[in-house]
Design a binder for this molecule. Structure first.
Ligand code: CP
Ligand code: NVA
Length: 308
């Protein structure tokens, strides 16, 4: 079974092939009128279940549109409205859905739920975000960097803010795609040790630098994300804002990176908290290409999982 659960557990050659395929599929759609399906319909006859236990705009719409562009069909399911949200186990849900659909994408809370789904499903499972990681996002981010600046290998990526799920997947990508990674944020919000260790063991330079102005020097890419994630308690908000304010990506910070540095944010953003609007809408920003590339990158992930 070819699941797409995380970047560090997926063969780097397969990741590379998926990014190349995503670039090719995007190019093939270039200039096609809106409303046109892909010339190739590799998902014809396939039904994909998209399960959300947390809110989503990009993941939901990009998966739905991507499957349809390739000739497949989708059903979007809210965890709360399924028996899953009323006591049925993930394992039983996985067994049942596998009798109906050809692939399951799930956005959930605990990583254990994703792993249980993958263990008991007899169809491929894709991780659409857990509290711990967000691999589909970083596939789009790597694609976006390369589209603008060429190979990401050997570049310096700086993450400013909360060492969260998206940050962990970026660290996995650093190891798998071979780029250097600097984290700048408060010590209580450091990225998880396992992700730091994974990247370091792959031989890339991983640095923790508490001073954001020092961290961004020489950066090819500056990335941030919301200061409060969907799984974080609302009660943590004020403390996090106080802790993270020095790590805001604003024009002064961005100007300390390389002149041609890119700025990314997976969105949704809280404008003028983690990043100022002048950066988000400024010349370094590629945030909307990044959002678009969720579509193309995930189409490649879907094809890889289904072997089509
Ligand atoms: N970046 C991202 O995953 O966005 P959504 O929460 O809107 O899916
Ligand atoms: N870190 C954020 C990412 C949202 C796409 C969250 O988990 O809420």
């Amino acid at each position: 079974m070819t699941h797409f659960l995380d970047l560090h557990t997926t063969d780097p050659a397969a990741l590379r092939q998926m990014i190349d395929s995503a670039h090719a599929m995007k190019a093939a759609r270039n200039g096609l009128p809106r409303g046109t399906r892909d010339a190739e319909q590799p998902l014809a006859g396939h039904m994909v279940a998209l399960i959300f236990e947390k809110p989503s705009t990009r993941t939901r719409v990009s998966f739905d549109v991507g499957v349809r562009q390739m000739g497949g069909e989708t059903m979007v399911l809210s965890g709360k409205e399924m028996q899953l949200g009323h006591g049925e186990t993930i394992a039983d849900t996985a067994r049942v859905l596998s009798r109906y659909v050809d692939l399951i994408m799930i956005r959930t809370f605990d990583e254990a739920s994703l792993l249980e789904m993958a263990e008991h499903a007899t169809v491929p499972v894709i991780n659409g975000l857990t509290n711990r990681t967000h691999p589909c996002q970083i596939m789009a981010d790597v694609m976006t960097y390369e589209e603008h600046r060429g190979p990401i290998a050997g570049k310096k990526v700086v993450w400013a803010g909360d060492g969260n799920n998206v940050c962990a997947s970026f660290l996995h990508a650093a190891g798998q795609f071979g780029f250097d990674f600097t984290f700048t944020g408060p010590p209580t919000l450091d990225p998880e040790d396992a992700a730091l260790k994974f990247a370091r063991e792959k031989g890339v330079r991983v640095t923790i630098e508490r001073d954001p102005a020092v961290a961004v020097q020489g950066a090819d890419l500056v990335v941030t994300d919301t200061w409060v994630s969907m799984h974080d308690p609302e009660s943590a908000k004020e403390r996090r804002h106080n802790q993270l304010r020095p790590y805001q990506v604003n024009a002064a910070l961005m100007n300390r990176a390389k002149p041609d540095a890119l700025f990314m944010h997976c969105l949704p953003a809280h404008r003028n908290d983690e990043a100022t609007s002048d950066v988000m809408d400024g010349p370094h920003s590629v945030i909307f290409d990044e959002a678009e590339n969720r579509l193309h990158a995930q189409k490649a992930v879907l094809r890889w999982c289904l072997g089509v």
